[in-house]
Ligand binder design. Structure first.
Ligand code: ACM
Ligand code: ZN
Length: 736
């Protein structure tokens, strides 16, 4: 029987007999869950009851249920459950952990028990995921049976720290976006949002005593290119309160001593040389540091901290500490005098001294410093929290020295890195290999080499959303599958679905984690994002089998998104939304003739699943920029072959672009190449070359001297097949 017929039959059966139960697909997977088969149905007369002190949580739940159902639910403070109610019940129960909860759904009603507000919030999130996906919609949904499957859940997190970092310095995300990110985090029970408020490209926090930090340090560029912004202290209070109700703690990062150019631009006396500098408009790490020799630096920081601590109730303050290069300190008379006075030999020891001074200032306020793994050094007098990103050894030495550790590993948690290298993938950080959803899911904060006895010091995991590639966030290339080019959409796309995987790695016990099971539960989450208005990356179809058959291949794929289908092509052209609908295994002669995409609708689809041809033998020519096929060749006349070189042209320098024939009846004649930055021609190499049975002058040379992070680069070549279109080949690029 054809797949479609099976589906139709199944639909008919469902319509006749009604759906018995939906699969339960809560993420992160609860610790204990028993399905009773006895559901509860939400109707207009269901009451929301709540214990004393939980009025705001009742309201939060009411606001979550009301828009999609179209009903206003009555809310009443109560001390016990009633038939036909949802009861948010604060209890004393030694079995329930601080952020844990119990959730029972019976035909009589729903009860969430917790010992703290945090647990009530987490229980509400599970309840929302038990409801039909339409509940996430802000508009009234018609014809939905609001059934909640019968369950008994007892749940709590494995790790206390389930965090995200948002870099608002390189690109300023308005308060509304921060609130939106908090909503996305809440859905997955993530509980820490660390704001990277200060870096070379902008200072984002209003400090009343130093107004130039924001009036000068909060903006960059000139004239119509001037961009920036900052959070007022009122904005911060609003963000902190919004987050607190959603069990998210906001942690500010005030970087020292590097990544501080924006502050130095505002108050040059903070640096060693005291020279006037400008806020960075291109991405690079400035060599300017706060001067550690001048007391005025510490007076400034003390004043800043006094205001910061008034705004952020968190016990932690992140002081950065990463990537300091000490050239300025080495040449500064103040810093050198400080070294002499302290008997220090290396500038690096000055940073340890700096951190200790920070620690003293901070602990006066009863707070604890948190910093990137660089701060884990002998000499810290009190406990700190090390945020380990690149040096895993620091997790071990830090834990041994008694410090707490948060794992923000670049290999799993850096969501500014793209999920894949597939052509068409979003512009993202390129200095690390891709991090697929599965790779995020493989994250384990208990890294190899870390003794189990340190488990309690490993607080959890932390996803990082750096935004240096969005420094020109108002001029980004369009993301084709979602037809968007705003930096906000990029961030949604980079965050979801990977944050859901991260959430499960730090919530669900490791013994219950399973990639296959997670991937299955994810199927319905994309619909939740659609209803909630969250952007996300549509996953490609899943490859099930690839068998060799009679000189070719048989390929079986599966759709992994509810409500979507798979479209495929077998002619070497990438599948698009107009391609054939996949119904069963497909035979092809050459593997890279096949490609398939997940299609939600004409505007929302995935990148292709395909099998790239292996061109390892051409590695000496650099990185592949493009492949040409007969469809790219006009014929015997010269035509334009356009290549996307964004990410391949990645620095200023001299480049070599080489055309390499790989097959077909005709050689490729090349008349020259032109290079464009953001659509404007910047250089060219016009000379005749060809590649075929033999090749001659088939390398084109040019120099790029106005590279900009965020700029789109294209190469247009004038080419023809010497006698016709039948020509195949690849183009490689190398920086000398
Ligand atoms: C970092 O990525 N510099 C912490
Ligand atoms: Zn100095």
């Amino acid at each position: 029987m054809k797949m479609q017929k099976v589906v139709l039959l199944l639909l008919a059966t469902i319509m006749l007999f009604g759906v018995q139960s939906r699969a339960i697909d809560v993420i992160p997977k609860p610790v204990k869950m028993v399905e009773t088969g006895k559901e509860f149905t939400l109707t207009a007369d269901v009451k929301i009851l709540y214990s004393k002190g939980l009025a705001q949580h009742a309201e939060l739940l009411e606001k979550a249920l009301s828009p999609a159902t179209g009903w206003d639910f009555e809310m009443t403070e109560a001390s016990k459950a009633q038939k036909g109610s949802i009861f948010l019940n604060l209890v004393k129960d030694d079995e329930i952990a601080a952020e844990g909860y119990k959730l029972n759904v019976t035909p009589k009603g729903v009860e969430i028990q917790a010992v703290k507000e945090a647990g009530i919030f987490n229980g509400i999130q599970t309840l929302l995921q038990l409801l039909p996906v339409e509940v996430f919609d802000a508009r009234r949904q018609k014809d939905v049976a609001w059934n909640i499957p019968g369950v008994e859940i007892a749940d709590e997190p494995s790790y206390v720290w389930r965090g995200m970092m948002l870099d608002v310095s390189r690109y300023f995300y308005e308060k509304e976006y921060v609130l939106h990110l908090i909503d996305m985090m809440g859905m997955y029970k993530m509980n820490v949002l660390h704001l990277h408020l200060i870096d070379d490209a902008g200072w984002r926090l209003e400090i009343k005593k130093y107004p130039k930090l924001t009036s000068v340090g909060g903006f960059r560029g000139e004239g119509k290119d001037r961009i920036g912004g900052y959070y007022t202290q009122e904005d911060i209070k609003e963000i902190v309160a919004y987050a607190a109700l959603r069990n998210v703690e906001i942690i500010p990062e005030v970087e020292v001593p590097a990544h501080t150019l924006a502050a130095i631009a505002a108050y040059p006396y903070l640096s060693c040389r005291g020279e006037q500098v400008k806020v960075q408009t291109q991405h690079s790490i400035s060599r300017e540091l706060y001067c550690v020799g001048k007391e005025s630096t510490f007076e400034f920081l003390q004043d800043v901290f006094d205001e910061v601590f008034e705004l952020f109730p968190s016990k932690y303050i992140h002081i950065g500490g990463d990537e300091a290069r000490y050239d300025r300190w080495a040449k500064c008379p103040h810093c050198q005098a400080r070294m002499k006075e302290l008997g220090l030999k290396k500038e690096h020891e000055l940073q340890v001294y700096f951190n200790r001074r920070m620690q003293k200032m901070v602990s006066k306020h009863g707070k604890v410093i948190l910093g990137w793994d660089e701060i884990i050094e002998p000499g810290l007098t009190e406990k700190v929290v090390g945020m380990v990103w690149h040096n895993k050894k620091k997790a071990i030495t830090g834990a041994e020295a008694g410090h707490d550790i948060v794992m923000a590993l670049t290999g799993h948690c850096y969501f500014d890195v793209a999920e894949s290298k597939i052509p068409g993938e979003v512009k993202a950080a390129t200095w690390l290999p891709p991090i697929s959803l599965e790779k995020t899911y493989m994250f384990n904060p208990m890294i190899e080499g870390l003794d189990a006895k340190y488990r309690s010091q490993i607080l959890g995991g932390h996803g990082c959303l750096w935004t240096d590639q969005f420094i020109h966030g108002d001029k980004l290339p369009r993301i084709d599958p979602i037809n968007e080019n705003r930096a906000e959409q990029y961030l949604d796309y980079l965050t979801l679905p990977r944050m859901s995987a991260l959430a499960e790695t730090v919530w669900t016990p490791r013994s219950s984690q399973s990639w296959d099971d997670f991937e299955n539960r994810m199927r319905s989450h994309y619909s939740r994002y659609d209803h909630a208005g969250y952007g996300y990356r549509v996953p490609q179809p899943k490859l099930i089998a690839k068998k060799e058959v009679d000189g070719g291949y048989e390929i079986t794929v599966e759709n992994v998104v509810d409500g979507a289908y798979v479209a495929y092509a077998t002619d070497g052209i990438r599948a698009n939304t107009y391609s054939k609908v996949y119904e069963g295994p497909v035979k092809v002669k050459r593997l890279n003739d096949f490609s398939a995409i997940t299609v939600l609708n004409r505007r929302q689809f995935s990148l292709p699943l395909y099998f790239p041809a292996k061109y390892d033998q051409f590695k000496k020519y650099g990185k592949m920029v493009a492949e040409w096929r007969p469809k790219d060749i006009k014929g015997k006349e010269f035509g334009t072959f356009e290549m996307n070189a964004t990410g391949k042209i990645d620095k200023n320098g001299e480049y070599e672009l080489t055309f390499i024939y790989t097959g077909g009846n005709y050689r490729l004649d090349i008349a020259g190449v032109e290079i464009f930055k953001n659509g404007k021609k910047i250089t060219e190499d016009i000379h005749e070359g060809h590649t075929g049975g033999s090749s001659s002058n088939n390398t084109y040379r040019f120099k790029v001297d106005a590279y900009e992070t965020g700029a789109a680069f294209t190469v247009k070549a004038k080419v023809r097949g010497d006698l016709g279109k039948d020509s195949y080949g690849v183009v490689f690029i190398k920086r000398k």
